[in-house]
Ligand binder design. Structure first.
Ligand code: NAD
Length: 499
């Protein structure tokens, strides 16, 4: 059944076809108490398509009360029944796969194949959550002393919340929501205010999953909502994904308030190309890593480290690959790269290109002048390549989160590793080589937590842990995989003796 379009929306002003989004609290779509809104754009066209209300701490409190009220009945619901709601959710996501993928492209700008890939990755999280009855099992030992037994049971925490970034509007919230629910928790999501529409659709599907009111809640907004989530005494655990400064602050503030927090931050990912790499296979994968999703991936390649004589050939082939990309509206067939998220972000990326030039890097491909026919208002930046970048330059140091590649030639693998180690971020890194020894050494010694060997985007699947190290991750337990069942449960130990 297709939900009514009235769900989750209210007209921004009389006669307007741009909606102010509603929140979903206690099983109802309710208007936010917000006094202000943020425009949501279709970044390929540069037009406003909705407005996100900047909800208040009071809205968060209402959601927490609804989630608290729902908790006791939900935790008592057998895990197998909770898992069945996830089977239903998965079925609805499959039925709406194309609609959801198109919505991701509309509000984010990535190409339709990229959106489909990200929605598929999100659905895989729901599939893994369906295995909760097995994953939630505890363990025990009889006769730990004469007549005494010991049992460990996993129990849900209570109300959990997640705060999402703009770059994967459907997928990132699904890193958390299905796992929190199957573990018996109730849940509050705050999507990115820049891309709230995919989650509106996902919550319309959740509405059809027979979840009791208050089990899942959606609060739109930005900073005030995040701060209220961190501070609210009724919330037991917070998951955050976004930039490093905010991740660090959410971790500090949430843990200070006594919560369990996992906060995933920004990235600056290095890709090493050894002289023995098979460039014909490596460069397409590397170009996809740097330019896929317009560089707006936390796993995107950012700095290319060609070793020794790999430099010239790797650079020339990168330039050829980048030049051949078709830039445009991601809903059109044959488009390789869409726009960046906003006019403001476009200005930021262009600012880095200017800084790179000013700091003396060699601009070998300039994406600033790109024009897309029929879309003069789109937030496009063409693929850009700098050669001879020093790690101290802004483009070699900062996360740009756009289609800008920095090439930094190095002598040997040791020098490559020392540059990787010197950077404060440590999300993902990759090596391209035909040497098992070099690959092994790199994978063992690189301090990023996700390592690719002849893989450009080292993205762990839903049944493996996802998350970085150093300033790319604040917390202990990573996202999805087995870690998620530890994050969303407490382990209760019962020691018993019967007289
Ligand atoms: P962001 O940090 O600006 O925003 C993330 C969330 O925090 C949003 O929901 C936003 O509303 C909120 N927020 C923003 N500023 C805030 C503030 N001052 N106080 C409280 N809350 C605030 O990140 P973004 O621009 O939406 O996303 C891009 C960033 O996310 C990049 O740095 C990228 O590397 C990172 N990211 C990391 C991963 C990962 O797995 N490590 C995955 C995806 C994205």
């Amino acid at each position: 059944m297709q939900p009514s379009v009235a769900n989750g929306r209210q007209a921004a002003f009389p006669g307007s076809d741009v909606d102010i989004l509603k929140n979903y609290i206690g099983g109802q779509w309710v208007p936010s108490r917000a006094l202000d809104t943020v425009d949501v754009h279709n970044p390929a066209r540069g037009v406003v398509i909705a407005k996100t209300p900047l909800s208040t701490a009071q809205d968060v409190d209402t959601a927490v009360q609804a989630a608290k009220n729902a908790f006791h009945a939900w935790r008592d619901t057998p895990p197998v029944v909770r898992a069945r709601t996830m089977f239903k959710f998965k079925m609805l996501l499959e039925e709406h796969f194309e609609e959801l993928s198109r919505l991701v492209t509309t509000e984010h700008g990535k190409t339709l194949p990229e959106s489909r890939g990200s929605v598929r990755r999100g659905i895989e999280c729901v599939e893994v959550a369906c295995g909760a009855p097995s994953m939630l099992m505890g363990y025990g030992l009889e006769q730990i002393a004469t007549g005494v037994d010991c049992q460990v049971m996993r129990q849900p925490l209570g109300v959990c919340a997640a705060i999402a970034p703009f770059n994967f509007p459907a997928m990132v919230p699904l890193w958390f929501l299905p796992f929190a629910l199957v573990c018996g928790n109730t849940f509050i999501l705050k999507p990115s205010e820049q891309v709230p529409l995919s989650q509106r659709l996902i919550f319309q599907l959740l509405e059809q999953c027979d979840l009791p009111p208050g089990v899942v809640n959606l609060v739109n907004g930005s900073r005030e909502v995040v701060e209220a989530i961190c501070d609210h005494p009724g919330i037991r655990a917070v998951s955050f994904v976004g930039s490093t400064p905010v991740a660090r602050e959410v971790y500090r503030r949430g843990t200070h308030a006594g919560k369990r927090v996992q906060a995933l931050g920004g990235a600056k990912n290095f890709i090493v190309v050894m002289p023995d790499a098979d460039l014909d296979k490596a460069i397409p994968a590397i170009a996809e890593s740097f330019y896929g999703c317009a560089g707006e991936r936390c796993l995107a390649g950012s700095v290319l480290l060609p070793v020794g004589q790999a430099h010239r050939a790797a650079r020339d082939q990168m330039v050829d690959a980048a030049r051949s990309m078709r830039i445009g509206d991601g809903v059109e067939p044959g488009i390789d790269m869409g726009p960046v998220i906003s006019a403001r972000h476009r200005e930021r990326v262009l600012g880095y290109i200017e800084k790179g030039r000013a700091e003396g890097a060699e601009l070998v491909l300039d994406g600033r002048g790109v024009r897309v026919e029929g879309q003069p208002e789109g937030f496009f930046v063409g693929p850009t390549i700098f050669d001879r970048v020093a790690p101290s330059m802004a483009i070699g140091r900062d996360e740009i989160f756009g289609p800008v590649a920095s090439i930094c030639p190095v002598r040997d693998l040791d020098q490559a590793l020392s540059l990787v180690h010197a950077h404060p971020n440590a999300n993902a890194t990759s090596i391209f080589t035909s040497s098992g020894k070099a690959a092994r050494e790199f994978a063992r010694l690189a301090d990023a937590s996700m390592v690719g060997v002849n893989i450009g985007v080292a993205a762990p699947m839903a049944y493996f842990p996802f998350g970085g190290a150093k300033d790319s991750f604040f917390g202990d337990l990573k996202v999805h995989g087995r870690d998620t069942f530890d994050f969303y449960t407490d382990k209760k130990v019962t020691i018993s003796r019967w007289f």
